[in-house]
Ligand binder design. Sequence first.
Ligand code: ADP
Length: 452
Amino acid sequence: MSRYSLLVVIILGLTALVVVLLLVLRKQRKKVGVVNSKNFVSTSTLATSLRDEKLRSGIILNAIEDGVVLIDGQQTIQLFNPGAAKITGWKSQEAQGLDWASVLKFIDAKGQEVAADQVPITRLFQEGQTIKDNNANLLSKSGKSLAVSLVVTPLLDQQQHVTGAVAIFRDVTLERAEEQQRAEFISTASHEMRTPVAAIEGYLALALNEKVSTIDARARDYLDKAHASTQHLGKLFQDLLTSAKAEDGRLTNHPAVLEVGAWLEQIVSDLKFTAEKKGLSMDFIVGNNTTIDASQPDNAVTTGKVLKPLYYAHVDPDRMREVVTNLFDNAVKYTESGNVSVGLTGNDQVVQIYIRDTGPGIPAEDIKHLFQKFYRVDNSATRTIGGTGLGLFICRKIVELYGGRIWVESEVGKGSTFFINLPRMQTKQAERLKTTEAQSTTLTPITSLTTS
Ligand code: ADP
């Protein structure tokens, strides 16, 4: 090859190399360019959507009337929306950064501070579960009592540890005041109506008394019916009055140390004639702890444990008598034949009373409604047997007053057992408290009327 041809080949080769290099470079630049622009697009979209999201949440949090408070794991308020500010009187900027307990002060219906371990937010941090309280009261910044309905939800990490909480609450002061007015109306009306009804019942009883009045058989029959209906009406007014009081916490209640064994035995001996009159056999069973419902936390069952003979509870004996009498009357009322038993048992924590009958039983679908106001099972028995549907509601309210629980186990066609669990007081503690109670009720005689 000539020198000239060799030069041409070299030049062509170099040119081709440069072209290839340029092409590769261009392609590379293009590639980089595309990726960058793609990245740019997605980042900006994300930023916009996050901004939108934040904006939207902000709009919602600012617009809703409910109070929303975000509390972190250090118990500090991280977010206090305008709703919370409006309800409590705290400005959002003031509340944010403070310990929640210095802003959200929980009080009871009487205006006393709620015990620390009963405050819903404290309980949430201890229990790690959502807490709902429709009867909570908060103290506003200016010291005003606010009725609130509250839900506190935990924020959990992957190990299910509580890392914070969201409290949502609503001011229900107005609703609660209206509810109070309704209850007051029912209570006043039933109180006023009870008096004339009692008078009518008294006069009808006189008319039916052979020693006082002379009436023929047909008139007796009419008056008997009128008397029974008036008694029913009187019971209805009495139950309405009691349930209205139970609902707004005005139920007179004087708890004292009670040895349930002796007390229940006395009630049973007073009541047994009602059962016997209807031809039902009746028994009183003490000390068989197999019936305690272990599904509830208050009943740590200690099967096989020797039962102590004394079952102490801190309750009002008259109120609890109402409960037992009501359950016993129901057992007799709804049982056509067979047996009614009253039982007492317990373990270290619980005193359990039960009333068992061999009556018609209660269908499973009715059981969950049974302790609600005015609930009656709709069957032939209840259609013919009079009742108000308030008895079990009142029983529940009274039992709950003492931190107890009432429930029923029943099988249609076989009978029902109503259980009451009351917190058991240890004998030593009960005896100590009994002495204190006795001392506080002993009046110091007045020996002198001078003040000096
Ligand atoms: P009532 O005045 O209707 O007896 P309660 O509140 O005492 O009201 O009882 C509610 C309903 O529960 C009754 O209407 C009845 O249907 C049912 N009930 C209560 N006790 C028993 C029982 N021992 N056996 C069967 N049904 C019962």
